[in-house]
Design a protein around this ligand. Structure first.
Ligand SMILES: CC(C)(COP(=O)(O)OP(=O)(O)OC[C@H]1O[C@@H](n2cnc3c(N)ncnc32)[C@H](O)[C@@H]1O)[C@@H](O)C(=O)NCCC(=O)NCCS
Ligand SMILES: Nc1ncnc2c1ncn2[C@@H]1O[C@H](COP(=O)(O)OP(=O)(O)OP(=O)(O)O)[C@@H](O)[C@H]1O
Length: 209
């Protein structure tokens, strides 16, 4: 089994690239989805969040109040570290379970979509790293246009991540998503060809964050 990482800064187009890779036959393991799963009502992680951030971190229906927490953690690195310390270990465990399941099924290409791959130092646990990149001004505009964020909110999320240039030097392959969306299928098809030509290797490293 080939186990690759897919990463890229916020609003770079990672999820769009992941969907295209899935259409080619890759199994995608999405850290943002796992992070949602990890804090479902009744989980130890959600209890720990309420303990650290108070009852205002959850909505009346008992689910995490994501916009409220977002506004707190992206302007406060200490709060962000505290949230990461609660959520990341649970995400790592869920990912390891999904990787093990993919291995049992005999999946050929598994791609773990991990936004904070470089920030948490996980890049060496994979057979290769795909980076999706787009200029900061473009990502800022996408966050405001597509997610309805205020300029300051979007900038704070961007500033919480490493710079593109730092990430580019650690990538095996780079998809520059700085043109029209319509060019992505061709870029991903070319990447898929490259991946198909790789020998199947086996990364057995523990990917817990
Ligand atoms: C703060 C939270 C509640 C905000 O939720 P929201 O629905 O608004 O955003 P979502 O989860 O869809 O994340 C969007 C993007 O924000 C960026 N991001 C999220 N968490 C972080 C973080 N701790 N540090 C830097 N960037 C982050 C990533 O690029 C991610 O793709 C949520 O992002 C969260 O629980 N973050 C901590 C867990 C985490 O690190 N998740 C990222 C992958 S494991
Ligand atoms: N080339 C492009 N031109 C314009 N918009 C794009 C392009 N590529 C992606 N988008 C849009 O930008 C937004 C971010 O894309 P996507 O969700 O794929 O990024 P992401 O890196 O997964 O983001 P996040 O880190 O927030 O999960 C989406 O609304 C998407 O439709």
């Amino acid at each position: 089994m080939l186990h690759l990482a897919l990463t890229g800064n916020i609003a770079s187009g990672k999820s769009t690239v992941a969907s295209l890779l899935a259409a080619h036959g890759a199994t995608i393991i999405d850290a943002d989805l796992l992070a949602r799963d990890a804090v479902r009502p009744g989980t130890a992680a959600l209890d720990a969040i309420v303990e650290r951030f108070g009852p205002s971190a959850v909505q009346p229906d008992g689910t995490l109040d994501r916009p409220a927490l977002r506004r707190r953690v992206f302007r406060d690195p200490v709060a962000r570290d505290a949230l990461n310390a609660i959520v990341h270990p649970a995400v790592g465990r869920l990912r390891d379970e999904q990787v093990a399941a993919a291995r049992r099924r005999g999946d050929a290409v598994v791609i773990s979509d991990i936004p904070l791959l470089f920030e948490v130092g996980l890049e060496h646990a994979f057979d290769g790293v795909i980076l999706v990149d787009a200029p900061e001004s473009e990502r800022l505009a996408r966050l405001q246009r597509d997610r309805g964020l205020l300029h300051e909110e979007a900038q704070a999320m961007i500033d919480a991540q490493w710079s593109s240039s730092r990430k580019r030097s650690g990538a095996t392959w780079i998809i520059d998503n700085d043109g029209p969306r319509e060019q992505l299928p061709t870029l991903v098809a070319e990447l898929w060809q490259t991946i198909q030509a790789l020998p199947l290797r086996g990364s057995s490293a523990d990917t817990s964050l």
